[in-house]
Design a protein around this ligand. Structure first.
Ligand code: 13P
Length: 252
């Protein structure tokens, strides 16, 4: 049976005091379950501080993006090695906000994914369609294109050290959640695309759902056969909200 991963993407939120309070709340209330794993992805300036606060705890640390380059004259960028150096194990790549607001193409995302794998960080590859694309019946086509750009660059073997997050853009921060069945259909599709390359890797990989996950809809989503947890935005910013999702996962 696969683990359930509950991952908080804090996006551009928080400050030193609020982060400490949030982490203290999460650490105090985290469910003890062998199957449920927790990950937080704070903004860059707080990563090292958060790493110190969660040292020795089961909480894992990820960044929200990373440079595809190893080092050098790339002003404002942060490398895989730097993230590893300060204690990150994971990194989000290709979040829809990076794609839509910062112009990251699927080939940029593939390069970041490759850099993460090469440098020993576990990438969380985010994919998902817009509302217009869903309404046009293009969901699978969009997800295929986003996945294939990475598969073509790194090959299936790299997915043994990766996570996929399906985040329909229309469900992010809108309060509109995909129904468990809508999400399951896309998750199953993603797993089948990977299975066409390697059945064992497809069976083992965690595929998270993201988009308005809350305490009251998490269990329904996570109980679907191909949904292995959530990538949580808004509800990851309050310990009680995040723990309600973690508890829902631990109850399954
Ligand atoms: P919300 O949970 O706020 O919808 O955000 C989802 C998301 O984008 C996580 O990466």
């Amino acid at each position: 049976m696969r683990d359930i991963l509950v991952a908080g993407n804090w996006k551009m939120n928080g400050d030193t005091a609020r982060n400490s309070e949030l982490l203290a709340g999460i650490l105090a209330g985290a469910p003890t379950s062998d199957r449920v794993k927790l990950l937080v992805c704070p903004p860059f300036p707080y990563l090292a501080d958060v790493a110190r606060q969660i040292a020795g705890s089961p909480l894992q640390l990820g960044a929200q993006t990373v440079s595809e380059h190893p080092a050098g004259a790339f002003t404002g960028e942060v490398s895989v090695a730097m993230l590893r150096d300060i204690g990150c194990s994971h990194v989000l790549v290709g979040h829809s906000e990076r794609r839509s607001l910062y112009g990251e193409s699927s080939s940029d995302v593939a390069a970041k994914f490759a850099a993460a794998i090469d440098g020993g960080l576990r990438p969380v590859l985010c994919v998902g369609e817009t509302l217009a694309e869903r309404n046009a019946g293009q969901t699978e086509q969009v997800v295929d294109q986003q996945l294939n750009a990475v598969l073509e660059r790194v090959g299936i073997a790299a997915f043994a050290r990766a996570i996929v997050a399906y985040e329909p853009v229309w469900a992010i921060g809108t309060g509109l959640t995909a129904t468990p069945q809508q999400a399951q259909d896309v998750h199953r599709h993603i797993r089948s695309v990977l299975a066409a390359h390697d059945a064992d890797i497809a069976e083992a990989i965690l595929i998270l759902y993201g988009g308005s996950v809350k305490g009251d809809n998490a269990a329904g989503l996570f109980s679907m056969p191909d949904i292995d947890g959530g990538l949580i935005g808004g509800a990851s910013l309050k310990a009680g909200d995040f723990l309600a999702i973690a508890d829902a996962a631990a109850s399954l």
